[in-house]
Design a protein around this ligand. Sequence first.
Ligand code: RBF
Length: 175
Amino acid sequence: MSKYKKTNLSELREVQLKEIEDIKIGIVTAKWNEDITSALTEGCEQTLLEYGIIADNIFKVTVPGSFELPMGAKSLLSRERLDAVVCLGCVIQGETSHNEYINQSVANGLMSLGLASGKPCIFGVLTPVNMQQALDRAGGKHGNKGIEAALTALEMIELEQQLDKKDRSIGFLKK
Ligand code: RBF
């Protein structure tokens, strides 16, 4: 079997974090399709706690719909010294193309915000064709994408910590 087999990303991964008690993470959740997004939020928060993030250092807010996720993330980032922000939503395809506008805007918005702020803005938005596909990804047969979003945030923080360590060691090279 190829070592590149598709992994179920909800499986636990190893993440090595330093000073875990100081890590602060935001969770922004869209209220549209609340049954789905609350399951994503629960998976996300539970995972952060399991990995050792302190409950008081998890900052949760809600926004009306997925379109508002980038603005919610920006507002949260400007008020709290966050190490990452996870954005969770569910945009179900309808009879019109509204979902395409929302999804593209949110993806672009979160990418721009992440690059501009230097803080990982995690795209945890389901883009299913129907409710069943959403349920399958919010604790169903395809896992819970809220868990994966939490793990992605932790891995990006780990990367930042590893790079910081390299930066600091430059001044201590042996002659
Ligand atoms: N927001 C979602 O998070 N998921 C949806 O499936 C969703 N469907 C929408 C469908 C239509 C036709 C409209 C107008 C909005 C929808 N929204 C949805 C809300 C959207 O993200 C946003 O909150 C509103 O457009 C207000 O800016």
